[in-house]
Write a protein that binds this ligand. Sequence first.
Ligand SMILES: CC(=O)N[C@H]1[C@@H](OP(=O)(O)O)O[C@H](CO)[C@@H](O)[C@@H]1O
Length: 498
Amino acid sequence: MSFEETKARLEMAGQAHVLQFWSELSPDEKDTFLTELSQLEPEELKEHCRRAAEAANSQSTSEDLLDQRMEPVPPEFIGSVRKTDQRTLIGWENEGVLQISKSQVAVLLLAGGQGTRLGVPYPKGMYSVGLPSGKTLYQIQAERIQKVQQLADQKHGSKCTVPWYIMTSEFTLEPTERFFKENHFFGLNPSDVIMFEQRMIPAVSFDGKVILEKKGKLAMAPDGNGGLYQALVDNKALEDMEKRGVQYLHVYCVDNILVKMADPVFIGFCVQKDADCGAKVVDKAYPAEPVGVVCRVDGVHQVVEYSEIQPETAELRGPGGELLFSAGNICNHFFTRDFLKDIAENFCQQLKQHVALKKVPFVDKEGNQVKPTKPNGIKMEKFVFDVFQFSRKFVAFEVLREEEFSPLKNADGVPLDTPSTARRSLLAQHYRWALAAGGSFLNSDGEPIAPKHSLARDEDPPAVCEISPLVSYFGEGLESVVKQKALRSPLVLDGKMV
Ligand SMILES: CC(=O)N[C@H]1[C@@H](OP(=O)(O)O)O[C@H](CO)[C@@H](O)[C@@H]1O
């Protein structure tokens, strides 16, 4: 597209100010900037800027209303690992394993975020929390996929595949691709790891103008994890799923070290309940915990995000003293492919735009680079869970926090959701599994370490034991390896020992 054409389009959208430094750009910078600008549709851009400014100005009133319309999810829509008998749980697990063995289940990772809070310049999945094995989140997840495929194949004599769809963004695609290649896809078949990119959208000032990050670059950000639905369309991912015969998707966030990839119990529960949409939840740990709340608003299931709930609402308690809104969203969702198709075809454009006021670095009128100290820009994001309202049958599934949820959000130095807490959660889980399978531990001098069957949340297990996902997916199959054995801490139980 020519400069004149681009300029005319920007004028149509009321955004020609972004060209104010055009004459100062080098030929290369001009080329790059033109490419960026020509991707913006004038009508869409105009509407985006108008909506952003409008939403930022009307934010508080609509939030207030939401709180008053919230009610907890009725018990009949919730399945619970804690409250369900073993036989039923095994029934769900068997159902899930069967679906996996038929290659009908895929996992889909939301990994387009920038990990601002963790503060690393690379994708979060490449982070290593300091386990004895040194494994990164991506490696742990890849190995869990391998293991769950193997469990299904052993049980059903199949040769199944659990494809791994990975939604990245402009920030994360290239480094993620490189990392997977360098690591030989952690043993997975490269053609079963499908990476695609979500869209980026411009940050907008409070008066509805696109922000210039540099003289020849707009301030762009991914369109939120709800950009998934548009990205599925843009990248023909649903067609790929159809070709592979995928019926069920387990969608999850990259940062939870305990994530159960394609969790057979969750899949089986949702399938047996004939749900088209499901969400895993844990009991919220404390009222201000930064997790969304799965609830109903005006009788329709939805998540109210932690950034949008009023503190008074989060603190409400029921008759027994328990939190009224206790169903914490752990960003693990179940969708049927048909449901995703329905969203992509019919509801993609209707998803709510969430407004975040952020400090967006920019160039001022004189061309100086400015790092603002208070919010100056509006970022609009879509949320992955905002499709719940369109489901025919929604279910929530309550799981145990210590087995399934320990997110990596912050750098070390704060008490919660850090590399240290993630590492501790995983090692505590593996220690529990080893004890339950009949193992015991010795310290480095060969002296017995007294077993501890219950650990406080912030307590390190008395012995260090890391179990490779290639050895055990949810604690199964460990007796033959550890029973009546004295295991020397620190221990990494990998394929070689089995
Ligand atoms: C838009 C979205 O998916 N938000 C999720 C997501 O929060 P982030 O702070 O965006 O990582 O993960 C949380 C669980 O870790 C979940 O509680 C929350 O609702």
